[in-house]
Design a binder for this molecule. Structure first.
Ligand SMILES: C[S@@+](CC[C@H](N)C(=O)[O-])C[C@H]1O[C@@H](n2cnc3c(N)ncnc32)[C@H](O)[C@@H]1O
Length: 771
């Protein structure tokens, strides 16, 4: 359940303090708290300081810097220095002073503190005042304080440095920065002529402000997110640094810009009464765009701060109506509804969202009974397996008895489903059940004795790669799949099991495919970093992905080479026809199970890449399958619970500008003992091939003159040139740097590389996957 806060301004507090019905020990803030609670709010949000402090600070900071020499000014300067050395409030400069007042208050740090002022002194004194306010809030045991937004892009580094210093000096407290969802004051670039493809691409990274025709912000307006990104990066992704996302500007119609925020630590939503419109009956409601944004962001369970609700902006409903309305939106949020509906993945995953788990290794380890029990709760996986076996039996072309083998039977659920499918198909059939886990084999023996009997089932204990099976089988059934398809070594195990599959036999599953998507998630980045062990940043994890944003879109890119937002890495098919076999029917090496993929994604909006989501899709038989592919799972295996996605982390986040292209290389590698993945990524930006004419590119990319075809892309030998500097009067050696080799070029646009990650997990150094 999200919490709700009522915002009280200084005027509201002043008005309450004038009330003559205040009890003796009741302060205005205590009254605000009880009033707010009586209309359904949990806490109040109150400015920590008042106008008196603002006036004194201005005098100390601004007047002490005035050039004018006077006795007065000297006195102010001395007071300013005294304050700088020992910053402290007078009682009448703060709105709260008692522990019980602060109990239900989220303090707002003075919004006039310009931590990003252009003036050095103002910044300097604003930072001292910020420390002072936070220290006072901390003294009053405030768990969180809301800080004013950055407003000056050129000084955002100074703003962030000051916040970082506060995070270091004020322990425990969460600092939540109020950031507008976008900046409506940014200037719209109106081109005087139609832009070239490159110009529109490049301007999409910088153009901001309202679209003049629709009155909505353009898709690429990410200036406030970019400022937030700079701040949290400078603050080293400190987990105590969070966001109070300000929904004061009217929201854009398109959700792609807004999706970015769902991968960020949005702890508060600032929602003013002015964002509401009146419905036909006069009650406050939100416009469609805001409604759907709030429904989505509710999955992060933010505290909703409602501001200006006492101003009677709407004819009906009063103060309570705003919170009631947002509660109604929360209840109708698909994510929240799914979380409360039994049988959905969201409900099953409660408490596991963004929680890193080591992938299971059922080949190397023997699973616990409780783990099998958890799998067996999945109604969809077993239903689909039964359907696939039923279809395979129904379509089985040969007469006579059909022989089935469940390879890796666990506690026997697939054996039971196979027997049901046999009964439904009315075929004569027999089932072998192979299991190498000695403990699960005890459960199998019990079920064999109590439920199945010798006529229907024979149990075989051992490893399917080496075990002797009394006869060759027609249908080989297995479930050795991991979140990435092959990551629990299904290909290697089934290579061994294929020895006892007849030449015309079939495998269920018949194939499985691995997919990846580039993700942003500050939560997951922090979770992997928190492990301390550097290898933890190179280990794939099983994660119920939650506060994430898939950065890619479907297509785009300069040469049309970008694939969809979630792309296929590789596929395994069974039975295998391509491996060279020994006399015993086993592959000579595991080389045929190595794979690699190089994928290109289009990144429409600026974002930070923290890793990759890994997914799989399996064809069991015919049209029956299993899928955790985010765009297809609902059609193929809705509400299947058995697999959460895999997360491939990055050691260092990679910033991706708007309209960049991301190339992801991923390998499945193998030696005699293990299988592991390695991965890395490179980012590219489109630039005009002729941009050698532009001073920007000549300065930054190549100091040489354009070549004959006017392209800086043609390789030029590096020629040392002796020049004499007019300043130093000594000969300087300069090197002409050859132009950057573009990754791709088309229609006068080239892709130049801007950054790359390290190679992750070389040699399988942090792999858990053992053969
Ligand atoms: C993911 S569990 C599936 C269990 C069961 N079929 C189900 O669907 O609930 C995989 C099972 O295969 C077994 N297994 C894995 N590799 C095996 C191998 N090489 N030979 C025999 N059993 C194996 C594991 O012990 C485990 O019981």
């Amino acid at each position: 359940m999200p919490a709700f806060s009522a915002h009280y301004t200084l005027e509201d507090i002043a008005e309450l303090s004038r009330r003559d019905d205040l009890a003796d020990d009741e302060t205005a803030v205590l009254r605000a708290t009880s009033d707010a609670r009586s209309v359904g709010y949990d806490t109040v949000c109150v400015p920590l300081t008042n106008e008196k402090w603002k006036a004194r600070w201005r005098e100390l900071c601004i007047l002490s810097q005035e050039p004018e020499e006077s006795a007065d000014r000297l006195a102010i300067e001395q007071r300013a220095e005294a304050w700088r050395s020992k910053p402290a409030f007078f009682r009448d400069e703060v709105t709260i002073s008692r522990l019980e007042e602060a109990d239900c208050v989220i303090p707002l740090i003075s919004d006039w503190l310009e931590l990003d002022a252009s003036d050095d002194w103002v910044r300097h004194d604003a930072e001292i005042a910020l420390h002072q306010e936070l220290a006072f809030a901390s003294y009053l045991n405030a768990q969180c304080a809301i800080l004013p937004p950055p407003s000056n892009r050129t000084q955002v580094g100074s703003y962030a440095r000051a916040i970082n210093a506060c995070l270091a000096s004020i322990p425990f407290m969460e600092l939540s920065i109020r950031v507008p969802i976008y900046d409506p004051t940014s200037v719209l670039q109106v081109p005087s002529r139609a832009p070239s493809p490159v110009e529109s691409r490049r301007s999409s990274a910088v153009s901001v402000g309202m679209d003049e025709t629709t009155g909505t912000p353009p898709e690429s307006n990410m200036t406030t997110w970019e400022m937030w990104d700079t701040i949290r990066t400078i603050c080293g992704y400190n987990p105590r640094l969070t966001l109070a996302l300000d929904l004061t500007p009217p929201l854009p119609l398109s959700s792609s810009v807004l999706d970015q925020w769902s991968a960020e630590p949005v702890r508060h939503l600032w929602l003013p009464a002015s964002a509401f419109i009146a419905n036909a009956k006069g009650y406050p409601v939100l416009p469609k765009g805001t409604q759907s944004f709030i429904r989505d962001i509710m999955k992060l369970q933010p505290n909703v701060i409602l501001s200006g609700t006492r101003a009677k902006k709407h004819a009906r409903g009063g103060e309570a109506a705003y919170a009631q309305y947002v509660r109604h939106l929360e209840k109708t949020s698909p994510a929240v509804k799914a979380a409360h509906t039994a049988g959905t993945v969201e409900n099953f995953a409660q408490g596991y969202q963004d929680y890193l788990q080591a992938p299971l290794q059922p080949l190397m380890d023997n699973l616990q009974s409780i783990t099998y029990h958890t799998f067996e709760q999945d109604p969809v996986k077993y239903r689909n397996y039964e359907e696939a076996i039923f279809l395979a039996l129904s379509e089985w072309p040969n007469p006579g008895k059909v022989t089935l083998c469940v390879a890796g039977a666990g506690r026997g659920p697939l054996v039971a489903r196979a027997l049901k499918a046999i009964e439904r198909s009315k075929k004569e059939a027999f089932v072998y059940a192979v299991e190498k886990n000695p403990n699960a084999y005890v459960t199998l023996q019990e079920r064999h004795r109590n439920e199945w009997g010798d006529e229907k089932v024979k149990l075989l204990y051992g490893d399917m790669r080496t075990l002797e099976v009394p006869e060759k089988v027609d249908i080989l059934i297995s479930e050795l799949l991991g979140s990435f398809g092959d990551n629990e070594l299904s290909p290697e195990c089934l290579d061994g099991a294929s020895r006892f599959l007849k030449p015309d036999g079939i495998s269920i599953p018949s194939s499985y495919t691995a997919y990846v998507a580039p993700l942003s998630s500050s939560k997951l980045y922090n979770e992997t970093r928190a492990m301390k062990d550097p290898k933890a940043m190179e280990t794939p994890y099983v994660v119920m992905l939650h506060a994430i944003n898939i950065l890619s879109d479907n297509g785009g890119g300069i040469s049309g080479t970008c694939g969809p937002r979630i792309q296929e890495c590789w596929e395994f098919e069974h039975p295998r026809k391509d491996a060279a076999l020994t006399e015993q029917g086993l592959p000579l090496t595991n080389s045929h199970n190595a794979r690699s993929a190089k994928l290109t994604f289009h990144i429409p909006n600026a974002g930070v890449l923290h890793g990759f989501g890994g997914y799989f899709e399996a064809v069991l038989y015919g049209h029956v399958g299993l899928s955790i592919h985010p765009d297809r799972m609902a059609q193929i295996s809705k509400d299947m619970l058995s697999w959460f996605p895999l997360f491939f982390p990055l050691k260092d986040p990679l910033y991706l500008p708007a309209d960049s292209e991301l190339t992801v290389s991923i390998w499945r590698l193998t030696d005699a003992r293990k299988v592991w993945y390695e991965w890395y990524a490179e980012a590219f930006l489109p630039v005009p091939s002729s941009s050698v004419h532009s001073p920007i590119w000549r300065d930054t990319l190549s100091p040489m003159s354009p070549s004959a075809d006017n392209s800086f892309l043609s390789p030029v030998a590096s020629t040392p040139t002796i020049v004499t500097s007019p300043l130093l009067d000594v000969p300087q050696l300069t090197l002409e740097v050859p132009a950057q080799q573009p990754e791709r070029q088309k229609d006068g646009v080239s892709l130049v590389k801007i950054s790359q990650t390290a190679l992750h997990n070389p040699g399988g150094q942090s792999s858990w996957i053992g053969l």
